[in-house]
Design a protein around this ligand. Structure first.
Ligand SMILES: *Cc1c(COP(=O)(O)O)cnc(C)c1O
Length: 453
């Protein structure tokens, strides 16, 4: 697998391997790594995909896109350890289905990316006896950090530092970030998620720091987080074919509750690899930068605002450059043409907090007590509005990004019923928080990291 930077020009075009992209995470020109070529899965595999297990599908997808940089046997092990929980499809009605991505250890979809990435890094490190200790740096708006902490816990040769915005993550999320211990430290930043993300970006661009420490990122910008997220799109398709009334004549549409747009980009990878996706719905909360772009053609990042779906409170979606790159086929392609191409495939829909609450209530009442987290509810609203303009040939799948119990206050208010916490969350609530408080100034992060050098 070879990757280029989205900021590269044809005059300055440096390709990197999968291993280099995984460990560097961000190219020096501040772009994002994109595969030069996304291969299609064999038609025979897609035609019979319903015969394969989730792990078999995941392996096929991983091997097809990554190629021979990781030998088949090792890759199979990585996949089997990383993807060790299910992602079932639930039918609410013939056009509204839910792909539950929250059955991993931290009860959100980010477990897929984090677990895969940790094992990929660990494999590359073990292969190279001279490898230096790695410092993973992650800004999290909530769920990323917990998933990364669990994914990397006790992985030899790797130290993890998580930055999260003080007071802007839920109680459960905070416990997931701050109780892991061992090789995982949490920094509670007096600022927003965008501040955290900015500080991390500064660290990667800081030459002095990078000479002392071997920094790496585990944000959704890392290509090894993105690839495993395409696995479950294919597995959703397999389940549709195997277990539901879905027929290949129907138009398959995924509604993706989006913040940084990693999940949506993973869907575009799946599509490029041959998954028959008709359109994708980019459902957001009030942080509607991408829906706005689709409407006006202007990409205007702005400070994030706080919403009920806090893992999507992103004011400058970092995967936007990748999203564009899927559609910019020529370097000098006019902006207009890029926009037109994107708009053919991606429909943007923003929703308010009030609508989100109503969405949870509506689903609960209409679909026999099915409970959605606020992020998933945004995806539901996006699909519902989309279906208003479509006929019965559309088959909609909402990505359910987190377990509703992670957002217990909002969900109990919207449904009027008490939620029973899963055992793993109940145990977590008794554990002691352990975090270091810092301001949103980059120098504080640098000082903290240099202590580890
Ligand atoms: C991270 C997250 C999202 C947003 O996903 P992106 O890939 O950043 O668009 C949505 N819902 C939940 C629960 C999340 O944790």
């Amino acid at each position: 697998m070879q990757l280029f930077s989205t900021n590269a020009t044809s005059a300055n075009h440096q390709l990197v391997s999968f291993q280099q992209a995984v460990f560097k995470s961000l190219p020096e020109d501040n772009g994002l790594y994109m595969p030069v070529f996304i291969p299609r899965l064999p038609d025979s595999f897609l035609q019979h995909i319903e015969k394969y297990t989730f792990q078999e599908i995941a392996f096929e997808v991983a091997q097809t896109i990554i190629g021979d940089e990781i030998p088949a046997l090792a890759l199979r092990n990585i996949v089997e350890e990383a993807i060790n929980f299910e992602a079932p499809i639930i039918t609410l009605d013939q056009q509204v289905r839910v792909l539950e991505l929250f059955h991993g250890p931290t009860l959100a979809f980010k477990d897929f990316g984090a677990r895969f990435m940790a094992r990929v890094m660990s494999w590359f490190l073990q292969k190279d006896p001279a490898a230096q200790q790695i410092n993973i740096l992650v800004a999290t708006s909530g769920d990323t950090g917990g998933a990364v902490a669990q994914g990397f816990l006790n992985v030899p040769g790797i130290e993890v530092t998580l930055l999260y915005p003080k007071g802007k993550v839920s109680d459960v999320q905070e416990k997931q970030l701050t109780t892991v211990g061992n090789n995982v430290s949490a920094l509670e930043v007096d600022g927003t998620f965008d501040d955290c993300q900015h500080m991390v970006k500064q660290a990667f661009l800081d030459q002095e720091l990078n000479q002392r420490l071997n920094l790496s990122s585990a944000n959704s910008i890392n290509i090894s987080r993105l690839i495993p997220q395409s696995f479950y799109y294919f597995n959703a398709y397999a389940q549709l074919k195997r277990e539901t009334s879905y027929s290949p004549e129907q138009k398959l549409v995924f509604s993706v509750p989006s913040g940084n747009f990693g999940n949506l980009c993973a869907g575009l990878i799946a599509r490029a690899m041959g998954l028959p996706v008709h359109q994708m719905i980019a459902a957001t909360n009030a942080n509607d930068i991408v829906p706005n772009y689709l409407l006006t053609g202007n990409f205007q990042p702005r400070p994030s605002v706080r919403t009920l779906s806090n893992a999507m409170d992103v004011g400058n979606p970092s995967n936007f450059a990748r999203l564009r790159a899927f559609y910019q086929s020529e370097e000098d392609m006019p902006e207009e043409a890029v926009l037109t191409a994107i708009k053919r495939d991606i429909i943007g829909k923003p929703y308010t907090n009030e609508e989100t609450q109503q969405g949870i209530t509506e689903v609960f009442q209409k679909y026999f007590g099915y409970v959605m987290c606020p992020h998933t509810a945004v995806g539901y609203l996006g699909l519902k509005d989309y279906l208003k303009e479509k006929d019965a040939s559309t088959c909609g799948v909402i990505l359910a990004t987190a377990h509703p119990a992670k957002f217990i206050d909002t969900v109990e208010q919207a449904t009027g019923e008490q939620i029973v916490l899963p055992d793993s969350l109940q145990r977590l609530m008794y554990e002691q928080k352990n975090a270091t408080s810092i301001s949103n100034q980059y120098e504080n992060l640098k000082a903290f990291l240099l202590q580890k050098a």
